[in-house]
Design a protein around this ligand. Structure first.
Ligand code: ATP
Ligand code: AMO
Length: 419
């Protein structure tokens, strides 16, 4: 475009005033362009306008493109006109040029400015592409998108992680999972449903992989087995990896994150083998226990990227999980892991009313609180299977960030309720 007159509107990223020449870097969605203002060639008035452009101020510049090997992208613009559109206050809450590293809290407090950094906005462009691919995938595979209430009357994933709320004169909670609703949809004839929506969990832990408000991708299919649900999950992940590799090259480069795309089918490790692996690394884990953090770490080292854990004991899985027919102490539940991070849980579900009622009681839950859910199992409920996957955790894997807070615009954790 050398010789052409162009207009650029954006933020002043940096100014370097060398006296006789002033460089202004202008940033917009696509990158950074250098404005070069040599005092010899420009009017005094023009030079004053250029010097008035403070950091992060919004400007609109018209000027001529000129080749310049020393400039970023090999071109610079010699201004004919510069309009100051909205002046930024100083000092800035954050350094957008990333010369000074900011604490996570400072960044989250000024998230609008944090996202001006390309390696931060890259995370959200990748997350957006992941959600886009996920929706397309489900639509292409004959799923119906549903939305279910987040104001609910009962727990689904164990009673301790609920946020109670005031709901007129009744007790209510924020939803932990669309589990009960997606299962009820299997009694409608819709056959395949998915939901992408927020889940709320009053997690006590303050970790790098738990949030109090997370995004869940949920799928449920009628007349399908545990294996079908696992196949669906693996195929979706492969589609996401292919799309991100193809469409988010620039973002992956900004993040310096080569995407890990496994060529082999995801390995499957039964729970009992997991115990052997963990114990052989001198980490204690007994039959009937969930994976502790140390166990997750050694397993992650041993197993590499994506793998399934199957044959979980029925005793430690939720009431809606179908036990293995031949060995009922084992269940049809599976977890999908990425190294030491749990990405998804799923199973075949109980579809028989009596069994479901008994499993609720066996887990010390009151079937009366599940009355409306149980109704759906009395009048022709097909066998069904499904899973829920943490979209924020998947984004951690896709972007290589180590703190789940990086993957959420305005994360909610124990200490953070604003912005
Ligand atoms: P789910 O989604 O089923 O709740 P999860 O991946 O969120 O699973 P948890 O079951 O909450 O994970 O936790 C996984 C394991 O990590 C558990 O054994 C838990 O005790 C352990 N864990 C969680 N937080 C911490 C922590 N802060 N320090 C040590 N261990 C922790
Ligand atoms: P589970 O409780 O394992 O299963 O949740 C499914 C997935 O959701 C993500 N997740 C979280 N992510 C961030 N912060 C949290 N606090 C958090 N809690 C959960 C994880 C987890 O693997 N009803 C079942 C799913 C099903 O069987 O369909 C369920 O909710 O990635």
């Amino acid at each position: 475009m050398a010789g052409e007159t162009v207009q650029i509107t954006g933020w002043v990223h940096e100014i370097r005033d060398l006296g006789g020449i002033v460089f202004v870097l202008i940033r917009d969605k696509n990158g950074i362009t250098q404005l070069t203002a040599p005092s010899k060639k420009l009017s005094e008035e023009m030079m004053e306008d250029v010097r008035a452009a403070r950091k992060e101020t919004i400007v609109s510049v018209t000027g001529k493109v000129q080749e310049s090997p020393k400039a970023p992208n090999g071109v610079e613009i010699i201004p004919d006109n510069i309009d100051i559109i909205n002046v930024s206050q100083l000092p800035l809450p954050l350094d957008t040029t990333e010369k000074v590293d900011a604490e996570m809290d400072t960044r989250l407090d000024s998230r609008f400015m944090d996202l001006r950094k390309h390696d931060v906005s890259a995370i959200f462009k990748i997350k957006s592409q992941m959600l886009h691919t996920t929706r397309n995938y489900f639509y292409d595979h004959d799923f119906t998108e549903i939305t279910t209430p987040k104001l609910v009357a009962s727990a689904t994933e164990g009673g301790t992680e609920l946020f109670p709320i005031t709901y007129f004169e009744k007790e209510a909670f924020l939803g932990q999972s669309p589990q009960l609703y997606k299962q009820m949809m299997m009694g409608t004839g819709l056959d395949r449903v998915f939901e992408i929506g927020q889940i709320f969990r009053a997690e006590e832990h303050d970790t790098l992989r738990h949030l109090n408000e997370a995004l869940s991708i949920d799928a449920e299919m009628s007349f399908k087995s545990q294996q079908d649900a696992m196949d669906l999950l693996e195929d979706l992940i492969r589609n996401i990896l292919a799309d991100i590799s193809d469409k988010c090259r620039g973002e992956l480069e900004d993040l310096e994150h080569p995407l890990d795309v496994p060529s082999e089918p995801f390995p499957v490790v039964p729970y009992e083998r997991v115990i052997d692996i963990v114990n052989s690394h001198d980490v204690e884990m007994n039959y009937g226990e969930d994976l502790n953090r140390a166990a997750e770490k050694v397993l992650g080292e041993e197993m590499g990227s994506y793998y399934f854990i199957t044959e979980w004991p029925s005793a430690i899985k939720p009431f809606y999980v179908m036990p293995n027919v031949a060995e009922p102490e084992k269940s049809t539940a599976f977890d999908l892991m990425y190294r030491d991070l749990e990405l998804s849980s799923g199973s075949q579900r109980v579809h028989d009313y009596e069994t479901l009622y008994n499993q609720l009681e066996a887990k010390d839950l009151n079937p009366d609180s599940f009355e409306k859910y149980l109704e759906a199992f009395k009048y022709g409920m097909p066998p069904h299977s499904g899973w829920g996957m943490g979209a924020d955790r998947l984004t951690m894997v896709l972007t290589g960030v180590k703190n789940i807070r990086e993957t959420v615009l305005f994360p909610r954790d124990r200490r953070r309720l604003t912005p």
